[in-house]
Write a protein that binds this ligand. Structure first.
Ligand SMILES: Cc1ncc(COP(=O)(O)O)c(C=O)c1O
Length: 418
């Protein structure tokens, strides 16, 4: 279990902070996302401590978990926010984020989103193409204002992680190719309604090796030199997110301090303010999904299936990235070990949480916890198979708050017109 401090067994019962999770399953039903508020706070503070020597602003990446209570927790800690759509901007503002602590990303911003960002007075928008520069200029002109923008640079570094979550190489759609940065500055110079304020990169997610960051940062500093040679001031230098967490205790992620030790010497003497965009690192290990074992079955070869009431609709990561999540019964006792697939009830072969996994034997009607579900879990949930989105609760010591109600059948069709 990668989250011992906030999820732990006491007297053979799984707890989240001061609450027995069995009580939560009984009170709120399953599937249920259970989030530890203090796990989020602890990770945020750890990140802040690691990068304390730098003049920096941490902009939590809202896409990892956008529940309003999660965002509010981070607003209260003083965090900034990295948003990737009008909807995420709306959420961050609703949670009480200060616009000057919000940065707006996205490779496919619509004019409406650009207008929303300008009117909200966000710190800057990150621009990913020359066409987008032109559109932001046009929108700002129509609004009779200037829009602060940063260029997202694709440093062309292949970070070692799952191919679907690497973003910083020239095969990928993200950012402006570092080789073409000169063109971007020439284009920028033509637009009166844009104010260049900085540079950004984001090379991927769940990156274990510091070397990728260093390589990318050297490239970014190269682009900074180009900017300055053309008379642009780089006020913000944004290193992106991607800092890893441990999903599997046998494959522990490097500590955040390993990254800060390597990055700080390169960034310490920069006049620019340094920005970070961690998502997974802050929330990944702060939630579990509680789910009930509905059925067990065995095929003629003796292969086991454990069928639970959560599914890919609550956690897409195993299907999308063959991601590993620890799965354990919430009650610890002497049990045989079985090898089994753990699957959901959706009509897709890819709807699994684990394949051929060794787990303590579980019975129908029992509950298991799927760990490390805080990042890219609830935010990727869907209504596929017309399933209802689950409830979410947040635990703070011995207090429990329902932070998202379970969806109803009525809500499922509320926007449809017959
Ligand atoms: C631009 C950008 N910043 C930050 C993040 C957050 O990444 P992570 O959750 O790995 O820290 C992402 C994730 O996709 C991203 O696209």
């Amino acid at each position: 279990m990668p989250t011992d401090d906030f999820f732990y067994y006491k007297k053979d019962q799984l707890y989240c902070e001061g609450i027995k999770v069995k009580d939560l399953a009984e009170e709120f039903g399953t599937p249920l996302y259970v989030t530890s508020k203090n796990a989020i706070i602890a990770q945020y503070r750890r990140f802040e401590k690691a990068f304390k020597p730098l003049n920096h602003l941490t902009c939590y990446s809202v896409k990892a978990n956008y529940n309003l209570s999660v965002l509010r927790t981070l607003v209260q800690e003083g965090s900034g926010f990295d948003v990737n759509s009008g909807g995420e901007l709306f959420r961050a503002l609703k949670a009480g984020a200060k616009p000057k602590k919000i940065i707006f990303a996205g490779v496919g911003k619509t004019k409406a989103e650009i207008e929303f960002a300008i009117k909200s007075k966000v710190l800057f928008q990150k621009v990913e193409s020359l066409s987008e520069l032109r559109v932001i200029d046009e929108v700002a002109k129509n609004l009779k204002t200037t829009a602060p923008i940063a260029l997202r640079i694709n440093p062309n570094v292949a970070a070692e992680t799952h191919p679907y979550i690497t973003t910083g190489n020239d095969e990928k759609k993200f950012g402006i190719d570092e080789m073409l940065a000169e063109d971007a500055f020439s284009e920028l110079a033509k637009h009166k309604h844009l104010k260049f304020v900085g540079l950004e990169m984001h090379i991927g997610s769940q990156i274990f090796d510091t070397q990728s960051y260093l390589e990318a940062l050297f490239k970014l500093l190269g682009v900074k030199a180009i900017a300055e040679s053309k008379g642009f001031t780089v006020k913000y230098l944004d290193i992106g997110g991607g800092f890893p967490i441990t999903y599997r205790t046998t494959q522990p992620a490097p500590d955040i301090e390993v990254f800060s030790e390597k990055l700080i010497p390169l960034l310490k003497n920069q006049s620019a303010q340094i920005l970070f965009e961690p998502g997974r690192f802050i929330v990944g290990n702060a939630s579990v999904i509680l789910t009930e074992v509905l059925y067990r079955k065995q095929n003629h070869r003796g292969k086991n299936f454990v069928i639970v009431d959560a599914a890919m609709t609550e956690l897409m990561r195993p299907m999308l990235y063959e991601a590993y999540h620890d799965i354990l019964p919430i009650e610890r006792k002497e049990r045989e070990i079985i090898i089994t697939d753990i699957v959901g009830g959706v009509c897709e072969t890819g709807d699994f949480f684990a394949l051929d996994r060794e787990i303590p034997e579980v019975k129908e009607g029992e509950h298991v916890a799927i760990f490390s579900a805080g990042a890219y879990g609830a935010v990727m949930s869907s209504n596929y198979n017309a399933r209802l989105k689950p409830a979410e609760v947040m635990v703070d010591g011995k207090k429990v708050k329902l932070i998202r109600k379970r969806e109803t059948y009525k809500q499922l069709i509320q926007n449809e017109v017959l």
